[in-house]
Design a binder for this molecule. Structure first.
Ligand SMILES: Cc1cc2nc3c(=O)[nH]c(=O)nc-3n(C[C@H](O)[C@H](O)[C@H](O)COP(=O)(O)OP(=O)(O)OC[C@H]3O[C@@H](n4cnc5c(N)ncnc54)[C@H](O)[C@@H]3O)c2cc1C
Length: 271
């Protein structure tokens, strides 16, 4: 389908984007890589009056170490995350997860900020940032807000981001040599995860096991109390409410979460 008509603005700086967001609020939508927004618009699930294109704002594309954290600009493409030497050295889980997103074309267009802002529980990167204990930096003309990702998501495709706020940065702790793994189960290469499990330093993030990315808290607690990987992984689906769709039933996804938690934990802790 063809999207409904819309106005288009391409500011040449973040400040300009913030002014447009402040002026137009809920009538405006930010365009970054467009790889989630355009399908939504073509299906007419979204009909913004104004598109604010931030896709070419180079000031939003960077990866840098800042103290104990790595700061990544919201406009950084998945491919840049995947191939960054800094990410590989400091947060290798994130590079590995970025590498599993879609195909090369998607990874050259899609952005880390767009993936997090879109708030799709089937996306890979939000669960990885959740396992990492990251922070989403939101900016508006009112100032900056640092929102722990644990408090960012409120439901399917929804977050605490206000209409006048731009995601400008994602911050993740440097994990260095801590054990990590990402297990993504798909029926075909390049597909979205039916279920995904991200593990780093004993924390476990789940993809597609509820209305938001989730931490497998029962598994994490069991590990901390000395349970075996096998026993802890058996708790990975506790307090989850996975979707049922053509790719699998709720019970199938619960089973996958347990199996892939065991595999990811084994890789992260034993390998
Ligand atoms: C064929 C295909 C396969 C895919 N496979 C996968 C996959 O396997 N795994 C996966 O995780 N994803 C997958 N994706 C999604 C892809 O990763 C998207 O690029 C990503 O989800 C959104 O990033 P974007 O930069 O394209 O955002 P856009 O599509 O431009 O925007 C998405 C939403 O986020 C908002 N937004 C974007 N940037 C900001 C910002 N800085 N501040 C505030 N709001 C913002 C937009 O307004 C919009 O609502 C796939 C997409 C396609 C088309």
């Amino acid at each position: 389908m063809i999207p409904v008509g819309f106005a288009y603005e391409r500011p040449d700086a973040v400040e300009g984007a913030l002014e447009l967001l402040a002026e137009h609020g809920e009538d405006a939508t930010v365009l970054a890589g467009g790889h989630s927004l355009l399908p939504v618009m073509k299906l007419r699930l979204g009909t913004p009056e104004l598109i604010i294109d931030i896709g070419r704002l180079s000031e939003l594309s960077y990866v840098r170490v800042e103290g104990d954290e790595v700061a990544i600009g919201a406009g950084t493409r998945h491919h840049a995350v995947e191939t960054s030497d800094v990410v590989a050295a400091e947060v290798p889980l994130l590079a590995a997860v970025a590498r599993t997103v879609g195909d090369p074309q998607v990874r050259h267009r899609g952005t880390l900020g767009g993936s997090l802002a879109h708030a799709d529980p089937a996306s890979d990167l939000p669960a990885a940032v959740l396992a990492l204990g990251g922070t989403v930096v939101l900016r508006s003309l009112r100032g900056d807000r640092y929102v722990p990702i644990t408090a960012f998501y409120t439901g399917v495709f929804s977050s605490v981001r206000e209409p006048d706020e731009l995601v400008v940065e994602v911050r993740v702790p440097r994990t260095g040599g801590a054990g990590w793994a990402y297990e993504k189960f798909t029926r075909r290469a390049n597909d979205w995860a039916i279920v995904g499990v991200a593990v780093v330093d004993g924390r476990v993030g789940l993809v597609n096991m509820g209305s938001t990315p989730l931490r497998a808290s029962a598994t994490e607690a069991a590990l901390a109390e000395g349970a075996s990987i096998v026993d802890a992984a058996m708790l990975a689906d506790r307090d989850t409410d996975p979707p049922a769709d053509v790719a699998g039933t709720k019970e199938y996804r619960r089973h996958l979460a347990r199996v892939f938690a065991r595999r990811a934990l084994t890789t992260a802790i034993v390998a």
